[in-house]
Design a protein around this ligand. Structure first.
Ligand SMILES: *Cc1c(COP(=O)(O)O)cnc(C)c1O
Length: 384
């Protein structure tokens, strides 16, 4: 059936009609007062979302562009950094460092396991000469559905005193609490197609005063992604280059919707949906890929053992127009991932679980009593 696609992948995520229609108009000139007014409102609301007084800069880029900017503006070739690697995105930030000649030491954990804060503490305490310039962490590691203990790791970074904390919050911002000022997060990157309820195309970077100090002496090459240019323009409510103007219209509306819902309500919704999804999956006898303690509130990763993950995805897509994500790299075919990030209602979770039950039956997987998943999800919702 045409136009019934339900995106349950961890990005791009569903977009409200209101946001779609906000985009459906002629672009306006970006050197106009009208545009500056929009930008001023957006920036104020971005600071609200990030819980910060720091600069929050907007790039025409995907999340990777935002993170690349967040790394290269504050470092020099040969600088030593620690990078948390327990999935595809952590690996990616280490590769960005490699590409620019930054000396990245990878602190690893198995995909599906959280990073060990103790490993960071130990490395940072040993660094008496304060050579470690930054610690780069992926808060919610989308590829494995894991949330890392950013708060504890960051405490060790603060105890070190010198190193910046650079965080990928692409699937945690707008899903769970990321209090940028309270925790003192120096650089925080995110992307529009994840928790923002809008299409891909915008990247966001928040930058602390401490990071701006590092910017002054950082020597890596930068031009389009030179955040100093964005900061200078933002002071005049504009952008250094042509912005993705229609995406600004979308962002304006999306942020208004988020403000009306309220941060606490948004976070509670994501955690509630994560719990309901996990209890449904467990009731269907499908193994969860992560423990409750480290599961991302935005993504549920499932590792089915007696039924093929790719077949599940295929039937869900063809039969029910529900898009689920597969596994990446060595997890391809081994897991599937349900995204519940951004514009997702409890009703969507119930629909997805019902379709999953029907899919499992179609594939001849009979290890559950019909309705068990829905009953578990409903019970979880009602328990709150
Ligand atoms: C989606 C995502 C990104 C950004 O990917 P892009 O495709 O560049 O937008 C970065 N980190 C995480 C954890 C993500 O989920």
């Amino acid at each position: 059936m045409d136009d019934k696609l339900m995106l349950m992948i961890p990005g791009p995520t569903p977009v409200p009609e209101k946001v779609l229609s906000a985009m459906a108009k002629h672009p306006i000139g970006h050197r106009s007062g009208d545009f500056s007014k929009i930008q001023a409102e957006i920036v104020e609301n971005l600071k609200w979302l990030h819980q910060t007084q720091n600069d929050v800069l907007i790039l025409a880029a995907s999340g990777t562009g935002a993170m690349e900017a967040g790394i290269i503006n504050f470092l020099s070739a040969g600088d030593r950094v620690l990078v948390g690697c327990n999935g595809k995105f952590g690996d990616r930030w280490a590769e960005v460092c490699d590409a620019y000649g930054v000396n990245a030491e990878r602190i690893t954990a198995e995909w599906g396991q959280p990073l060990g804060p103790e490993q960071f503490r130990e490395r940072l305490e040993r660094d008496r000469e304060k050579q470690i310039k930054a610690v780069i962490i992926t808060h919610s590691e989308t590829s494995a559905g894991v949330i890392n203990d950013l708060e504890t790791i960051n405490r060790h970074v603060k105890a070190h005193g010198e190193a910046l904390i650079i965080v990928d919050t692409v699937t945690s911002l707008g899903a769970t609490n990321v209090p940028v000022d309270e925790w003192g997060l120096d650089v925080v990157g995110s992307g529009s197609q994840k928790g923002y309820m809008m299409p891909p195309g915008l990247g966001f970077v928040s930058v602390s005063a401490k990071a701006w100090e590092a910017y002054k002496t950082a020597k890596l090459p930068r031009y389009y992604l030179d955040l100093g240019k964005y900061r200078k323009s933002a002071a005049k409510d504009t952008t250094p280059f042509t912005p993705a103007i229609n995406l600004f219209f979308a962002l304006q509306t999306a942020l208004q919707m988020m403000k009306a819902e309220g941060l606490e309500t948004i976070f509670a919704r994501h955690h509630r949906q994560s719990r309901a999804t996990r209890s449904a999956i467990a009731a269907l006898g499908l193994p969860l890929f992560t423990t409750d303690e480290c599961s991302s509130p935005a993504i549920t990763a499932v590792a089915p053992d007696r039924v093929d993950a790719e077949q599940i995805r295929s039937v869900m897509r063809k039969r029910f127009d529900i898009a689920l994500a597969g596994g990446q790299d060595h997890l391809k075919g081994k897991i599937f991932r349900i995204g519940h990030l951004g514009f997702v209602a409890d009703r969507d979770i119930l629909s997805a679980i019902a379709a999953l039950e029907a899919t499992l039956q179609e594939l001849g997987y009979e290890s559950f009593s019909p309705g068990a998943g829905i009953a578990a999800a409903a019970k979880s919702f009602n328990a709150l």
